[in-house]
Structures are given as C-alpha cells and as structure tokens.
Design a protein around this ligand. Structure first.
Ligand SMILES: [Zn+2]
Length: 404
C-alpha cells in the first residue's frame, strides 16, 4: 500500500477548499464603491474663518466624529489612517459613529448567542461583516465608541426597528467579548425604548444621542412625547451643568449637500419634508440657551462646518462614501463659485430659506473621505475642530477652527 499517502494527500487537497471556505471571511463587494460619473472633488474654506494660534500643547480630551461608515471596504486608506490615529493618540478619547453604519439596509435580525458571528445566509453575513470590520478595529481601543442609527440602518425602505435591535445586539455581543477598557455601545440605548440619551464624557463634556431617523418619521405620533420630546427636554435640563454639549444625531439641521437643497420633489430624508422640519424646530428650541452646543450629524456624504445662531453644526458623513456638495453647472470643481452662483439667484434662494442660511453660514466644506476631531483644552477653555481627510492617498489636516 505504498500509494496510501498519495491517496490521502489527494483527499486532503480535495477537501481543503471546502474547509477553508467555511472559515473564509466574507469578501465585501467593491462594486458598491464606484464613484458616480462626473463627480469631482470639492474643497471650500470661507474667508471668514479666522485661524487663531492653535494650542501647542496636547488637548485634554478628543472626540472623533465619523459618519456613514457602512461600506468600510470602499475606503481602505481612510480606515488605516483613522484607526492608526485613534490608537496612537495618548490623549483620552471617544469615537462617535454618526449613523448609516451598515449599507445598504442595516443588519437583518437574529439573536447573537454563540461566540461566532456567522450569519445564516450570505446577505446576513455581508451585512454583519460590514459592521464587524469596524468593530474589529476597536478591539484594542481603550476609549469609548458609540454608534448612532441612521436611515439605512433601519432599512432604506422597510424601516424596521428589528434591524436596529440586530445592530445593537451585535455591538453588545462584541463589547462583552472585548478585553480592553472602554465601552462599545449602540446609542440611544434600548432602555424604555427612549430615543434620546445623555452620556457624560468628562465632568465638562456631555453628549446627547438622538435617534433622529425615528424622530423624523414619528414626531407626529402620540408616543413621540414620551419617547422623544420629554426625554429631549430632560436631557437639556441635565446638560445645563456641562460646559460643552454635543448633540449626536444622523440627520443635519442645515446642509449645503445633497439632503439640504430643499428640492421640491418627494424625498422623506431631505430637510424640506414636513416632519423633518418639525424635528429641526424641536432641536432648535433648545439652542441659544447659554450652553455651548455642537450639533454633529452625518447623512450627507461630505464634511461641513456651519456656524449659525450661535451654535456649531458639524457634518461628518464621508466615512465611506462621497457625494458632490453643490452640483456645478459649469465644469469646475470650484465650490466657491457654485456657492456664489446660488446666492445671487434670488428666486431660487427665496424658496429655500434653510439652504440659504446654510450657504451663508458655511465656514468649510469638502467631499473628501475623512473625519472630524474635536479637541477640548480645559485649562484654556478652548475647543478646536480639525478635519482630517484622504488627499493624494494620504491623511491630511484640511481645516482647523476654534469653536469656543
Ligand atoms: Zn443617511
């Protein structure tokens, strides 16, 4: 039987692909990453941004804001640079993922009882892998990381709360297994199903998490008072004792991007929709109350800094996608030109008051893939915003501004 080992090798060779297939990490589809035809890279900084001297010392706390990260396979350079920066930082920090954490339709529901995250079928596996790719990068992270829901996490069309439960369960299961300090959590938490939750980051800084996708759809429903309006009021009452309050929600209040144009066609996720406007008004009723507020959002696939009505709004939504900010009629990537062009069109602006305010209050915008870093200097009572994005294949600091 001298042929026996050869026979055995042949059997092993035959079985090998089957065994390794079972263990294979799901390959995420890069077809989803192809940029829209004609899309240009845009970068704008208002002359009104007066750059003061940046502090030459380390901040006391950093909050990383990154959004719309649900196609992590599309931005390998950004992921490598972002997580390297996060891990290299010797300053205490937290991360907020601003929604649309899993494209295109969140994670189908199932319970996570086993140690493995192997889904039942390929669709589930792909969805889970998109989140796990992000979570795995956090396994050594010692700060806290929070995920808020976006419209895609609920499923683009079906809008299923079960998908939110699925995402929360997967994050919680991962957090339980994680060995380093620092919590990874889905926010607002499921407690009593409230859509608003305040978390203290430091004795000076609080963050109010809002499920804005729920709010922009359900704000007229009777349960909205118990689940959204009352908890929001309570959160702002508690927020009074903090020096800085960050509101973290998926939907922006103002935007010069795709969702902010106030187009006169049906689109439930755009700022001009009635319920969305009611959501905006409910938030705005708490601004200008003497607290230093930063409203952080995603949804538009760009980074924007809008400073209006004495509060700062930051959109950080280019974590895995990128959209044009204002479509240019002329073949130019000059956002400056497009903004000026829009503002002189009085008839167009009259129908779009929020868009007009956004354009007038815009300090910075880019559609490069990137993220925002908020730096808190408690000794100096200063807060700085810094934009980092991938430009010419490397991470660059594209913008710095003192917020407070
Ligand atoms: Zn969105």
């Amino acid at each position: 039987m001298k042929d026996y080992p050869v026979f055995l090798i042949l059997i092993l060779l035959y079985l090998n692909p089957i065994i390794s297939n079972a263990r294979q990490v799901v390959q995420l589809d890069t077809i989803e990453c192809i940029r829209k035809k004609g899309q240009v890279k845009q970068l704008y900084e208002s002359e009104r941004n007066v750059n003061q001297d940046e502090p030459a010392i380390d901040p006391d706390f950093i909050l990383f804001l990154i959004g719309d990260t649900g196609n992590p396979q599309c931005v390998p350079e950004l992921n490598d640079s972002f997580y390297r920066k996060v891990h290299e930082s010797t300053v205490k920090s937290s991360i907020v993922y601003l929604g649309d954490n899993v494209y295109t339709n969140g994670i189908p529901y199932r319970s996570y009882t086993s140690d493995t995250y192997e889904g039942k079928n390929m669709k589930v596996k792909i969805a889970e892998t998109k989140l796990l790719v992000q979570l795995n990068r956090l396994s050594e992270y010692t700060g806290n990381a929070f995920f808020v829901p976006g419209n895609h996490d609920y499923h683009k069309i079906v809008k299923s709360p079960k998908r939110i439960d699925a995402q929360r369960n997967l994050i919680t299961a991962f957090d339980k297994k994680k060995e380093t300090d620092g919590e990874i959590a889905f926010k607002p938490a499921a407690r009593e199903d409230l859509k608003v939750e305040l978390v203290e980051l430091t004795p000076e800084i609080a963050i109010i998490f809002i499920d804005s996708e729920w709010a922009v759809r359900k704000i007229n429903k009777p349960e909205s008072k118990r689940l959204f309006t009352d908890p929001l009021k309570k959160a702002f009452d508690t927020a009074q004792k903090y020096n800085y309050v960050i509101l973290a929600a998926h939907h922006p209040l103002y935007s010069v991007g795709d969702h902010g144009h106030e187009k006169l066609i049906f689109a439930s996720e755009d700022i001009h929709r009635k319920k969305y406007r009611k959501y905006i008004r409910s938030i705005e009723s708490y601004l200008n109350k003497g607290i230093n507020i930063i409203y952080a959002a995603g949804h538009d696939h760009s980074i924007q800094h809008i400073h209006s009505q004495n509060f700062h709004q930051i959109i950080s939504g280019s974590g895995s996608k990128s959209n044009h900010i204002i479509k240019n009629e002329v073949p130019s990537d000059s956002l400056q030109y497009a903004i000026a062009n829009h503002l002189t069109d009085e008839a167009f602006m009259k129908k779009r008051p929020r868009f007009k305010t956004a354009l007038e209050s815009l300090l910075f915008a880019t559609n490069y893939n990137g993220y925002v870093q908020l730096e808190f200097y408690s000794g100096r009572n200063e807060v700085w915003m810094k934009v980092y994005a991938i430009s010419d294949n490397s991470l660059k600091n594209l913008y710095s501004a003192r917020l407070f």
